[in-house]
Write a protein that binds this ligand. Structure first.
Ligand code: NDP
Ligand SMILES: O=C(O)C1=N[C@H](C(=O)O)C[C@H](O)C1
Length: 280
């Protein structure tokens, strides 16, 4: 079967480098047994926005591996020519624009970008209805899929416990709460059969009054080079459960994104989640 030709968008970023390394590591090493119709991945192009220092550099050397002969470009349309898939960890406006291109070209579009507004998400969903095969997740690590599942179960079993979600990330992160914190909040809300957007407390400051029962609280920490820590606390009378995930390397996200691309290549157009990729 022909290789899946992947374009890495946001190639000059922290995740861009990890995604280049993951695609190269998985070329010739398809995840046989892990996905249906396993194929190899190949790095077709690496793109970032004009003016970013990475433009013109060899994608492999930029990512800390061997030279690949693929130069990081700012010409998205040229990069997409002949491509099968986009792995996109960029910014909301860029991901919406790319989803529309993926729809018109019938491409796989893996979106790791967080901080999307409701309007951004609606535009991405529309692209999934118009020809793009999109997998979007606030966190592509396997461990996080499992944690979200545990959170949903705990939220059901401990129906009257207070749920608080704490996250810490590096000091360059621009959105809050993290996409993962919101994903975990959605899992808890699903367990409680409530809508997260009507029952979340995203910030506390000043004289807040006592905690309102049934809400899901968020707390955000930023500092240093923390890759991504998340803790879901279920607090009851005289006991507290803490479900924690700590990322130690961005490879976990990049491998999940590569796996999602291989999976989506054999799916009809639509908007999918990592639970679909893993069949959960
Ligand atoms: N779902 C998941 O598993 C994970 C998601 N993320 C998310 O991925 C995103 C990227 O994270 P990270 O790599 O750390 O961030 P970086 O800032 O390091 O990288 C983002 C890259 O995208 C580029 N970019 C920004 N805006 C545009 C645009 N409009 N058009 C084209 N390129 C653009 C940036 O260029 P420039 O530097 O010039 O701005 C940069 O090269 C974030 O939203 C983050 O939360 C991160 C890790 C895991
Ligand atoms: O910006 C990051 O770094 C990360 N972003 C994602 C998020 O917002 O949850 C995933 C991971 O936590 C790292």
């Amino acid at each position: 079967m022909a290789d899946l030709k992947v374009v890495v968008a946001g190639a000059g970023g922290r995740m861009g480098a990890a995604n280049i390394r993951a695609v190269v590591a998985l070329s010739g090493l398809a995840l046989h047994g892990a996905v249906a119709n396993a194929r190899n991945l190949t790095l077709h192009a690496a793109v970032d926005r004009a003016g970013t220092p990475a433009i013109g550099q060899d994608a492999g050397l930029f990512a800390g591996i061997e030279a690949l002969g693929v130069l990081i470009t700012d010409d998205m349309d040229a990069a997409l020519m002949g491509a099968d898939a986009i792995i996109d960890f960029t910014a909301p406006a860029a991901s919406v624009a790319l989803a529309q291109k993926a729809a018109s070209l019938g491409l796989v579009h893996i979106i790791g970008t967080t901080g999307c507004s409701e309007a951004d998400d609606a535009a991405i969903a529309a692209a999934g209805r118009s020809g793009a095969r999109i997998v979007k997740s606030g966190n592509f690590s396997m461990g996080m899929v499992v944690l979200a599942n545990l959170v949903e179960k705990a939220a059901v079993a401990l129906a009257d416990y207070d749920i608080e979600i704490l996250e810490m990330h590096h000091n360059k992160k621009v959105d809050a709460p993290s996409g993962t914190a919101l994903l975990l909040g959605e899992a808890a809300a699903k367990g409680r059969d409530i809508a997260l957007k009507d029952n979340s407390v995203r910030v506390r400051d000043g004289h807040t009054g006592p905690r309102q029962a049934g809400t899901i609280g968020f707390a955000t920490l930023r500092g240093g080079n923390v890759i991504g820590d998340h803790m879901v606390i279920l607090a009851g009378q005289s006991e507290r459960i803490e479900l924690t995930h700590r990322a130690q390397d961005r490879t976990i996200y990049a491998n999940g994104a590569a796996r999602a691309a291989l999976w989506a290549a054999s799916q009809p157009a639509g908007l999918y989640a990592m639970t679909d990729v893993l069949g959960l």
